[in-house]
Design a binder for this molecule. Structure first.
Ligand code: AHG
Ligand code: MN
Ligand code: MN
Length: 315
């Protein structure tokens, strides 16, 4: 079996980046072990207004502590922290890391799959375009604990075995054309344009698969194909998901797997962030669907039938 370490070595990964990815991968087990004792709400909210779970805080504090001590990191931005954390390193260099320590945390109490989402930037800054990432990864805590990573060498999936080691499960994953759809946001809050797009997906035989954990919902889109959306809403034009912590790393992985990511109007990975808590409408999935979606979103509302022309030409 090929270990994650061997895989990174074979990919000629930069030594420091390899060290960092392995260090982060080693935190999957302690985080998973912390589930049992951290099942409740913490009674606090983060800067996004989310009610924090004990596990959100545990994973956040744990990862920050490990990264601080690593001497590999210059800056850390976490979904659970209000400010960017600057770490003093001997030569004032190091990576910039973004963390969604625990994604899908409302599902902890019902034992559904949740994850950790990681973005890694090379020059110590995190307020950069997503396309500038050096690496992105997520860990998904489900019946299996898996880790999916890219260092712009394709997308690869590893599984945590009984010896506590991540070993290769699937290599060079490409997203197949598929008919799953994961529509975030309350239906009553969907814009007319978005609602029409969703309606057309439904008419076209797409199957609803939405859990409330972005990382888990994306994982099935990666495997089976389709489209995940958390769109602009009537009263919240930036939607819900966060550019730095969720949209960029997952979008980066999607593109590496041959998929695409968009706000509906433009490429998410081209956005220069203005703040760490920036939100962004997101569509991520099959390239052909994203292309058709963008055409649909940009078209005039004059003729509804004409407006949806071409949305499914790929099928
Ligand atoms: P987090 O648990 O990190 O706050 O993220 C929750 C996000 C994301 O995982 C998911 O796609 C979305 O919020 C679910 O939101 P809804 O409850 O509105 O469906
Ligand atoms: Mn999240
Ligand atoms: Mn989170």
């Amino acid at each position: 079996m090929v270990s994650l370490e061997q895989h990174l070595t074979d990919a000629a990964c930069d030594e420091k980046l390899k060290e960092l990815i392995l260090l982060l991968s080693q935190q999957a087990k302690p985080i998973k072990d912390a589930f049992v004792e951290n099942q409740d709400y913490a009674g606090t909210t983060n800067m996004h207004g989310d009610n924090q779970m004990e596990l959100d805080k545990w994973a956040d504090e744990h990862l920050i502590k490990i990264l601080r001590e690593s001497q590999l990191i210059k800056t850390i931005a976490s979904e659970e922290q209000e400010d960017i954390i600057e770490v003093i390193t001997p030569d004032n260099s190091g990576f910039g890391v973004t963390l969604d320590p625990l994604d899908g945390s409302s599902l902890i109490a019902v034992n559904l799959a949740v994850g950790t989402i990681i973005g890694i930037y090379g020059n110590g800054d995190v307020l950069e375009k997503g396309k500038n990432m050096k690496a992105a990864a997520y860990i998904l805590y489900g019946p299996l604990t898996v880790l999916v990573y890219t260092i712009k060498n394709g997308v690869h999936e590893f599984v945590l075995n009984d010896s506590g080691e991540f070993v290769l499960l699937r290599e060079n994953i490409t997203m197949p054309e598929g008919k799953l759809y994961s529509p975030g946001g309350l239906k009553k809050d969907h814009t007319e344009k978005h609602a029409k797009f969703i309606q057309k997906l439904e008419e076209n035989g797409h199957k609803l698969r939405y859990s409330g954990s972005f990382v888990a919902d994306f994982h099935q889109i990666l495997r089976y194909g389709g489209i995940f959306s958390y769109p602009a809403l009537k009263e919240k034009e930036d939607g819900k998901l966060r550019l730095l912590f969720e949209a960029n790393p997952i979008g980066f992985i999607a593109r590496q797997a041959g998929g695409e990511v968009s706000t509906g109007l433009k490429d998410i990975l081209e956005i220069t962030p203005t703040s760490i808590d920036q939100r962004v409408p997101i569509y991520v999935g099959n390239k052909s669907k994203i292309k058709d979606l963008e055409e649909h979103m940009k078209e005039d509302m004059k003729d509804e039938k004409e407006e949806l022309r071409g949305v499914y030409d790929d099928e």
